[in-house]
Design a protein around this ligand. Structure first.
Ligand SMILES: NC(=O)c1ccc[n+]([C@@H]2O[C@H](COP(=O)([O-])OP(=O)(O)OC[C@H]3O[C@@H](n4cnc5c(N)ncnc54)[C@H](OP(=O)(O)O)[C@@H]3O)[C@@H](O)[C@H]2O)c1
Length: 330
């Protein structure tokens, strides 16, 4: 099989398409031939060792010194089951599925094995393979932070920065599904997209902080990293929650203490990756409520191009990468 292998932490040129032996599913595993995957902000950060200040050393120790011990990046994908290991009977050969190896990575390869009771679900019929491939990274992050960690409720007002990126575009839709009133912040060229995603109020961040209204928000989801608590404080309602999707190590550690005297809560850290949330996202997709936003689709052979896009920090939705569909023998 062909896989995109990272030779060393660094730029997209360090990714090399390599021929590797095909994996064989172990008992309880299924083998999936991927049709699409993504290069997301997480892949770009791991590739470049672009981690929060204070995290480089622990990251190298945990993940690998010169390159990740798992050199095939990729946290998500969609494809078709091509083999089932012994005792794996939850999925059948030929079934379309969505996989989320998440932190285990490995979806930048034509084939991937997944435990049948792991993060693999049936593909929602309403989504294309390309859409299904990018429904999880932003979706799972948004569901976990908005619903589980911040407890966003119907009727609450939420402000979302980076609102047309992968996480932000999922969050705008999910906040709407949860019944919240959404204000989104994006660059001028993305405001129409933001409106289409369901934001009631759309703000151009290039106008600066003056453009932010002084209305109090119950929840702020800061995907762009531009609203640390000192700046966000004036925008938070009593009992308001600030979610810092990207935070330095010191902020992650001190988050539970920040803002307490003002009656606020600051949430930072890594989002949970739960199969039950994958099923929820699939239900919403089936119901026509959730459709992930695609920036562009790149052939797998050009995956370095998708890495370059992901590293800009200015994607509009996801950088999808498409595998060549193998020709069936005559
Ligand atoms: N904690 C976790 O578990 C977790 C999980 C997933 C992601 N993350 C982090 O969350 C962040 C967002 O991820 P993503 O995948 O959504 O990234 P993305 O797709 O690259 O989107 C980034 C967004 O930020 C906006 N932006 C860039 N510069 C800005 C600025 N100066 N002011 C305001 N907005 C700006 C961009 O808007 P324009 O294109 O309009 O400029 C874009 O919408 C990343 O830092 C990522 O590492 C954390």
């Amino acid at each position: 099989m062909k896989a995109a292998v990272l030779r060393a932490y660094g730029g997209p040129e360090n990714i090399q398409i390599t021929d590797l032996p095909e994996p064989i599913p172990k008992p309880g595993q299924v083998l999936v031939r991927l049709q699409a995957t993504t290069v997301n902000s997480g892949d770009a950060r791991v590739r470049a060792l672009d981690v929060p200040a204070g995290m480089a050393l622990p990251f190298r120790l945990a993940m690998g010194w010169h390159r990740p011990r798992q050199p095939i990046l990729g946290t998500e994908g969609a494809g078709v089951v091509v083999a089932c290991g012994e005792g794996a009977d939850r999925f059948r050969v030929g079934q379309a599925v969505v996989v989320f190896p998440g932190g285990r990575m490995g979806s930048h390869a034509e084939l991937i094995t997944m435990p049948q009771d792991g993060k693999i679900i049936a593909k929602p019929a309403t989504l294309s393979m390309q859409e299904a491939a990018c429904m999880m990274f932003g979706g799972l992050t948004a569901v976990d932070f908005l619903r589980r960690k911040a407890g966003l409720r119907e009727g609450e007002h939420v402000l979302i920065t980076g609102a047309t990126g992968t996480v932000g575009s999922a969050a705008v839709q999910i906040a709407g599904i949860l019944g919240a009133v959404v204000t989104g912040v994006a660059s001028a060229g993305n405001l129409a997209t933001l409106k289409d995603l369901g934001a009631e109020t759309c703000i151009d961040y290039r106008l600066g902080p003056i453009a932010l209204p002084l209305r109090p928000y119950d929840v702020i989801l800061d995907c762009a990293g531009t609203l640390p608590y000192p700046q966000a404080k004036r925008l938070l309602a009593p009992g308001g929650r600030l979610i810092r999707v990207w935070a330095e190590l010191a902020e992650m550690i001190t988050a539970p203490l920040i803002g307490r005297r003002a009656g606020h809560r600051v949430i930072a850290g890594v989002s949970a990756e739960k199969r039950e949330d994958m099923l929820t996202l699939a239900e919403w997709a089936e119901a026509g409520l959730y459709r992930p936003l695609i920036d562009s689709v790149t052939p797998f052979a050009d995956i370095a191009k998708a890495h370059r896009l992901a590293s800009t920090g200015h994607k509009r939705g996801s950088a999808v990468v498409e595998f060549a569909v193998p020709q069936t023998p005559a």
